[in-house]
Ligand binder design. Structure first.
Ligand code: PDD
Length: 284
C-alpha cells in the first residue's frame, strides 16, 4: 500500500511529495522532528511530543506553521488516511527554502512534513532477550536538548555498534554515559534504585523518560537523576532504554558483559508493563 503523506497542507501519495533541493533541512540539517508512537490507531504521549516540538522550534527561531490543535488534527488525519493501527508518525519542520547562506533567511516559509511507518511496537521480540549495547564516545553537537535532524553521528555510532555485534550504542562523554543513539539510557542499581541522567543540553529530554520517572515514583521505585559511569552501568542489576516506540526496553549486555544475570530484569519489565498500561489508557 502506498502511503499518503502530509506536505505543507497537502495530502499526497508518497511518491508525489517533493521538497526543494534548497530546503535548509536538506542543506544545513536546519530542521526539527518528533516521533509519536501509535497503538490501536491512537497517539501515545501526544501532549509531551507537542510541547517538545514547541520548545525545539522556539530554540531555533523556526515559526511553527500550525497551532498545536491543528497539528493534533493532522496527526489524527494521517492515521485515518493510512489506516494505521500500530507504528509511528514522523513529523519534521524545517526552516524552509532559501538560497544557500549560513545566515537564516528572513521570514522563510517552514516546510512541514508528516509520514507514517507501520510496525509492531507492542510485541517486540527484544523484550524477551533484551538488547546489547556497545559503549562509544559521544561526538554529537552540544545542543542535544533540541530534537534536530542532525543525526549523522548517532547513525554512525549505531553502525559502529552493530559492526561490533551489538544492537545499539550507549554514548560516553567525560567519563559518563549520556544516552543511547536514539533513546534514553537508564540503570537500576543493586539496591534497587533507578538512575537516569538529569536534564541538560547533553541529552534529549525524553518524553518516555519523564513518564517512566513519574510511574516509578508512584510504584514505589526510588529514582535518582544523575549521571552514571560506564562501570556503574556494567555493574548494575538492570539496565534499559526508553523511547517513543521502544517504550521501556531491557539492556542485557554492555560491551560484551552481561548486565545482572544477563536477562531482562524484573523491575524493568514491571516498568514496561505499567508504562504501556498507562499510556494506552491515556492515548488520544
Ligand atoms: N528518538 N534520546 C535521543 C537521542 C533520541 O533520539 C530519542 C528519541 C530519545 C527518547 O525520546 P522520547 O522518549 O521522547 O522518544 C532520547 C526517536 C524516537 C527517533 O529518533 O526515532
Amino acid at each position: 500500500m502506498t502511503r499518503i503523506v502530509y506536505l505543507n497542507g497537502n495530502w499526497l501519495p508518497e511518491a508525489d511529495a517533493k521538497v526543494s533541493i534548497f530546503d535548509r533541512g536538506f542543506l544545513f540539517a536546519d530542521a526539527i522532528y518528533e516521533v509519536t508512537g501509535v497503538v490501536g490507531g491512537k497517539l501515545l504521549e501526544y501532549p509531551g511530543h507537542s510541547a517538545r516540538l514547541q520548545r525545539s522550534t522556539a530554540e531555533l527561531g523556526i515559526a511553527c506553521p500550525l497551532t498545536p490543535d491543528a497539528l493534533l488534527e493532522v496527526h489524527r488525519e494521517i492515521v485515518r488516511r493510512n489506516e494505521l493501527r500500530e507504528g509511528l508518525i514522523y513529523l519534521q519542520i524545517s526552516r524552509g527554502t532559501a538560497d544557500r547562506d549560513f545566515a537564516f533567511p528572513e521570514n522563510p516559509t517552514p516546510t512541514l512534513t508528516l509520514f507514517t511507518q507501520a510496525k509492531p511496537v507492542l510485541d517486540n521480540p527484544k523484550v524477551a532477550t533484551g538488547i546489547s549495547v556497545a559503549l562509544l564516545p559521544d561526538q554529537r553537537w552540544a545542543r542535544r536538548d533540541i530534537k534536530t535532524v542532525q543525526l549523522l553521528y548517532p547513525s554512525m555510532a549505531k553502525m559502529e555498534a552493530m559492526a561490533k555485534g551489538a544492537d545499539d550504542a550507549w554514548l560516553v562523554e567525560d567519563g559518563f554515559v549520556t544516552e543511547a543513539s536514539s533513546a534514553t539510557a537508564h540503570i537500576i542499581t543493586e539496591d534497587g534504585k533507578l538512575v537516569t541522567r538529569g536534564l541538560s543540553n547533553a541529552i534529549l529530554h525524553g518524553i518516555t523518560r519523564a513518564s517512566v520517572l513519574d510511574i516509578a515514583g508512584k510504584a514505589g521505585i526510588e529514582f535518582e537523576e544523575r549521571a552514571f559511569t560506564p562501570d556503574e552501568a556494567k555493574n548494575a542489576a538492570e539496565a534499559f532504554i526508553t523511547s517513543a516506540t521502544n517504550f521501556v526496553l531491557p539492556v542485557t549486555e554492555i560491551d560484551g558483559r552481561p548486565v545482572g544475570e544477563g536477562k531482562p530484569g524484573p523491575r524493568t519489565l514491571r516498568l514496561r508493563k505499567l508504562y504501556i498500561e498507562q499510556k494506552l489508557a491515556e492515548a488520544l
